[in-house]
Design a protein around this ligand. Structure first.
Ligand SMILES: NC(=O)c1ccc[n+]([C@@H]2O[C@H](COP(=O)([O-])OP(=O)(O)OC[C@H]3O[C@@H](n4cnc5c(N)ncnc54)[C@H](O)[C@@H]3O)[C@@H](O)[C@H]2O)c1
Length: 254
């Protein structure tokens, strides 16, 4: 066990093997946090190794975040290795493009499992630790499509609207215990998810990216753009911020 120094930050980052999650994990490690890089994909191991090679403190944890027993075991293991959890960043998610007529019930349930159940289960397991500590920060990652609907993404839009509302409900319920809960709503960001979306819609990467860049700042986001917003909301600079939804999309929703 590598117990955390008293007062040190320990961040549990879900989806840490993916595009945005790995940027969040790296950013928080650069800021001095010990990072639990959590994903169901083995990429979590590569990400944790890279952080350690750069002088940071990170361990990988393989977990299906939509499975109650796996999440309970995960939180126990992270606490055992790091001595506590001060920050949670719920980045894991997945998309299945389609209208209500095109989506199967399995698509619907899987989208909710990855995007909403994962946030509920992780937060439910970590909140008692934060309550005992008297402080803590949770940052969720929703989407611009959780605030305004997008085409051919009915399950995803509904699930991400759920993430926004779950964030705000937790901000209300757990603020009195000193726990801040905020949300980042990214626009199109260059990650493997975006490539999968292009594939699901039968578009080429180039075509999809060109359409996605049509926004005031003239480009799509980078994982680092989103990680910077997550890091701000998690930091003491946002000490009076809770229940906020920070859109990071180059002005795409203006
Ligand atoms: N890329 C974008 O354009 C974009 C835009 C808006 C919102 N988002 C959101 O940002 C977050 C990160 O997306 P990304 O673009 O980095 O995608 P990504 O596919 O690169 O990464 C997502 C990661 O989440 C993991 N994951 C999903 N469900 C899981 C589960 N049940 N258990 C464990 N791991 C699970 C995947 O294995 C993957 O590594 C997602 O919540 C996504 O919805 C992305």
């Amino acid at each position: 066990m590598t117990a955390a120094r008293p007062g040190a930050r320990v961040a549990l980052v879900t989806g840490g093997g993916g595009g945005i999650g790995r940027a969040v994990a790296r950013r928080l490690a650069d800021e001095g946090a010990a990072v639990a890089v959590v994903d169901r994909d083995q990429e979590a191991e590569t990400v944790a190794r890279a952080i350690r090679a750069a002088g940071g403190h990170a361990e990988p944890f393989l977990c299906d975040l939509s499975a109650e027993d796996e999440v309970a075991a995960l939180v126990k293991e992270v606490v055992g290795r790091f001595g506590g959890i001060t920050d949670v960043c719920c980045v894991a998610g997945s998309i299945r493009r389609g209208t209500v007529r095109e989506l199967s019930l399995d698509d619907w349930h899987a989208t909710f499992a990855d995007n909403v159940d994962s946030v509920f289960l992780v937060c439910r397991a970590v909140l008692p630790l934060m309550e005992r500590a008297g402080h803590g920060s949770i940052v969720t990652v929703a989407s611009g499509w959780g605030l305004r609907a997008g085409e051919k993404a009915a399950a995803y839009c509904t699930a991400k609207a759920g993430v926004v509302m779950l964030t705000q409900a937790m901000a209300l319920d757990h603020g009195p215990a000193g726990i801040r809960v905020n949300c980042v709503a990214p626009g199109d960001t260059r990650t493997p998810m975006l490539a999968r979306e292009a594939h699901q819609l039968g578009q080429s990467d180039a075509e999809f990216l060109a359409e996605a860049a049509d926004r005031p700042l003239g480009r799509i986001g980078t994982p680092e753009d989103i990680a910077a917003a997550v890091a701000f909301l998690a930091s003491p600079d946002a000490g009076f911020v809770t229940g906020a939804v920070l859109t990071v999309d180059g002005g795409g929703s203006v």
